[in-house]
Design a binder for this molecule. Structure first.
Ligand SMILES: [Ca+2]
Ligand SMILES: [Ca+2]
Ligand SMILES: [Ca+2]
Ligand SMILES: [Ca+2]
Length: 302
């Protein structure tokens, strides 16, 4: 009898432990952190925070077993509407909060996600995938015949959501933002389809845009520093802001924290869209290429 009771107790403890660890992972929008190059990887976890016991109750119920992840996916655009891509599978959206009191710190509850109050509602829909901050690398990134330290700098962003994004009035700003003006402002009518990429070079004569990739030269009108993306080699932080000035995505490197500063080649996600940042030539499928503006590291389309 005594042995039986001990066995029952151990089973209950194991059950509670497994239930708890599963719930830690199932916050539907934890990927809102994954794309942020400046983010150390921490996640507030919304309602999961107090959820160390076996009973998750409430908002997590649909996702406890993880068995609704039936379709393989890379990004949310691979899933049906209303579902999100998490850990390689499509799953139902899981609310993080119903009200701001459910969130930690200064975060607010918006569309059932815990978000920084400065965060755009579009956060997570678009990621920084590749950046060349050292425009003096040994090849001609914008393919205009000249290697130029300002003109060949670029940022590559990809729409990883399910819907086309209207980029009208969205801006790229760097650390100097404040008294300065944006490094680039997207023109009215600029639309980016799901899985579409947009590459903004510092200047020069970029390739013509295609249906899959939009190419631009930065159009900074800053009288103090009128030209280029101004991506300092030693470190900087560049942010994409929506038309309301709220942060959609950011990437910090070097002396601004976040990722290491990379010289003579770009910094890219490996694998594309979802992976951690690495020097481009070290990405698994790059075959030593030093950058790939507008394509995956192996030169194929997104
Ligand atoms: Ca630079
Ligand atoms: Ca060039
Ligand atoms: Ca700068
Ligand atoms: Ca690329």
């Amino acid at each position: 009898m005594r042995t039986w009771l001990i066995a029952l107790g151990v089973s209950a403890l194991l059950f509670a432990a497994c239930g708890g660890s599963g719930n830690k992972k199932d916050g539907g929008l934890q990927d809102a952190d994954a794309w942020d190059g400046s983010d150390a990887g921490g996640d507030d976890g919304g309602l999961d925070d107090g959820d160390s016991g076996g009973d998750d109750g409430g908002l997590d119920d649909g996702d406890a077993g993880g068995d609704d992840a039936t379709l393989p996916c890379q990004i949310t655009a691979d899933c049906q509407a209303g579902r999100v891509c998490e850990q390689g599978g499509c799953s139902d959206f899981v609310a993080e909060c119903q009200q701001s009191e459910d969130c930690s710190g200064d975060e607010v509850c918006r569309d059932r996600r815990c978000l920084d109050p400065e965060a755009s509602p579009f956060q997570g829909a678009l990621v920084f995938n590749e950046l060349l901050t050292d425009g003096a690398a040994d090849e001609d990134a914008n393919s205009d015949g000249t290697i130029d330290a300002l003109e060949d700098e670029f940022v590559e962003l990809v729409n990883v959501g399910n819907q086309s994004l209207d980029l009208s009035g969205w801006t790229l700003v760097d650390t100097d933002w404040g008294a300065f003006l944006p490094r680039h402002t997207f023109a009215a009518g600029t639309s980016l389809a799901p899985r579409g990429a947009v590459v903004v070079f510092g200047g020069g004569d970029p390739p013509d845009s295609t249906q899959a990739v939009l190419f631009f030269a930065s159009n900074a009108q800053d009288p103090g520093d009128p030209y280029g993306l101004d991506l300092d080699d030693a470190g900087d932080r560049i942010r994409l802001l929506d038309a309301d000035g709220l942060t959609v995505a950011s990437y910090a490197y070097g002396d601004e924290g976040g990722q290491p500063a990379v010289s003579d080649e770009s910094s890219t996600r490996d694998p594309d869209l979802t992976g951690d940042f690495t020097p481009h030539s070290q990405a698994a499928l790059s075959q030593g290429a030093i950058f790939s503006p507008g394509t995956r590291v192996d030169g194929s389309a997104f």
